[in-house]
Design a protein around this ligand. Structure first.
Ligand code: AMP
Length: 490
């Protein structure tokens, strides 16, 4: 189960939370297009509207009007290849003896099956096969004999994997980030309350102010009157495992994640790419939209130095930056098309070259990543058909050699072009005149992070979580399931 999603939570001083949640979800639409949902609480009861589809299609005026209450959480869910299953749409809600619970989850647990089996053995009935329900049931059970903070702590000591959660217990809204901070989550201040969101772009949309990121292992409880929030550092680990791919591909460029503006990170990755493997060519062009910031950084660096690192003299303009591929913005993500044939057609539907920018020229094409190789194969061919003399491909991330278990819908090992091919072999397969990727060291450098504080499982094959059958890059502490309740020690 892959849950690459966007989450939001809002607590306001009296005003209904539905509309801010709705706009927040709109801002997070890129994180999930399969389903959308909002749950609110008016102090007496929960109201919920969850459905399959895009945010704009799922809610109409009436739906938003019936979502009463100044507290609420929302969710957008990423499409997974193949099955489209409404039972996994979120927020997930459950009512139990001591109240109602709503949960929005971004991430992926690696021990959900064990928790689910154990809870099922204790009589809990499950309606979906998602991990969110396992978290919800575990939390509901802990809430029977512990206060909110202790209950969350116990659940955090049980679940292992990546999770950024917004939770609503009756009308209390909370946010939790896993102890390694794999997925983003931040806190924002609104005019009349507080918001928790996967990305700061959602806060901007509401004219709010980014307060800070939720810290790895931290529980943030929004005050019910919208006046502030309380923080509890429930788990503290030595190292984080921030997903570098959020910065490379997934997050919006205008979001600030873990203190870095994504756009700036991408531009700096592009600059590094020039330093590491710059190649002189007539034009540099991005694969829109994913390669845009990388290409602009790359072209900037190329205007300052030669590929050997020498400063250019004043008569040498370096490489021209051009938008040579136009995108049809009404075509969705090619990635999720189930067959290869459909994926190829979709690339052609989505991107069209401007012939005059490439004809008779040597071209460097920049993208953030190569997954299966469909996009790059198609684009090299297309540019050559338009008369490009040479096409050099430069990629702003290292080769993706392994799947993501932490929540990005990536592809399986057999589908990943770099899983069993060298860079030269890939260049040959996609028929590029040259191909270069960015090194893992440069990624860590640009993110101003030690390599050990990043999750780079998809490019190293070594994960920061304990995953059956896979290597880890650190000593990971997996919580034991089945030992009964772990007491909270504070
Ligand atoms: P592919 O054509 O399979 O090599 O995919 C590469 C293209 O998909 C690049 O343009 C990326 O920006 C984009 N991409 C990379 N990762 C993902 C992902 N997890 N979901 C959707 N698209 C992606």
């Amino acid at each position: 189960m892959t849950e690459k999603c966007g989450v939001v939570g809002v607590s306001l001083d009296g005003r209904n939370a539905a509309r801010p949640l709705y706009y927040g979800l709109y801002a997070l639409q890129h994180r999930g297009q399969e389903s959308a949902g909002i749950i609110t609480h008016d102090g007496f009861q929960q109201h919920s509207h969850v459905d399959m589809g895009l945010v704009g299609d799922v809610f109409d005026e009436d739906d938003l009007d019936q979502l009463n209450g100044a507290a609420g959480i929302g969710h957008v869910r990423y499409p997974t290849a193949g099955s489209v299953d409404s039972s996994c749409a979120q927020p997930f809600s459950v009512s139990f003896k001591s109240g109602s619970l709503g949960l929005s989850h971004n991430g992926n647990l690696v021990n959900a099956d064990e928790i689910r089996d154990e809870l099922a053995g204790m009589g809990h009935a499950f309606t979906s096969d998602g991990d969110t329900e396992a978290i919800a049931h575990d939390l509901a059970r802990n809430l029977l004999d512990a206060d909110l903070v202790r209950a969350v702590k116990r659940t955090m000591q049980r679940i292992h994997g990546s999770y950024s959660l917004t939770i609503m217990h009756d009308d209390t809204v909370m946010g939790v980030r896993d102890p390694q901070g794999n997925r983003p989550l931040c806190i924002g201040k609104l005019e009349d309350g507080y918001i928790l969101a996967s990305e700061s772009a959602a806060i901007d949309t509401l004219d709010g102010e980014l307060v800070r990121d939720v810290r790895p292992g931290e529980l943030v409880v929004l005050q019910e009157d919208g006046q502030g929030f309380d923080s509890y550092q429930l788990v503290e680990l030595e190292n984080t495992a921030h997903c570098f791919f959020e910065h490379v591909y997934f997050a919006r460029p205008d979001s600030i994640i873990d203190d870095s503006l994504v756009y700036e990170v991408r531009r700096n990755l592009g600059r590094k790419l020039w330093e590491e493997s710059g190649v002189e060519s007539d034009v540099v062009m991005p694969v829109p939209d994913s390669g845009r910031a990388f290409a602009s950084g790359y072209a900037d660096a190329a205007s300052e130095t030669t590929p050997d690192g020498e400063e250019r003299d004043e008569h040498d303009d370096g490489v021209e930056f051009a938008e040579g591929l136009m995108k049809n913005r009404y075509v969705g993500r090619t990635f999720i098309m189930p067959t290869q044939d459909e994926r190829e057609r979709a690339v052609r539907l989505k991107l069209n070259p401007i012939k005059s920018t490439v004809e008779g020229k040597t071209v460097t094409l920049i993208d953030d990543s190569i997954v299966r190789g469909t996009t790059s194969t198609q684009l090299v061919q297309l540019l050559k058909d338009c008369g490009a003399e040479e096409v050099h491909m430069r990629i702003g991330a290292p080769p993706i050699v392994a799947p993501c278990y932490m929540g990005i819908d990536m592809a399986t090992r057999d589908e990943l072009i770099a899983a069993d091919k060298s860079v030269d072999e890939i260049a040959e397969t996609i028929e590029a005149d040259s191909l270069a990727y960015l090194s893992t060291d440069s990624v860590a450098d640009v993110l101003e992070s030690d390599r050990i504080d990043l999750c780079m499982g998809c490019v190293t094959g070594e994960y920061p979580y304990d995953i059956e059958g896979e290597e880890t890059d650190r000593a990971v502490d997996r919580p034991a399931v089945g030992e009964g309740t772990i007491p909270a020690d504070d």
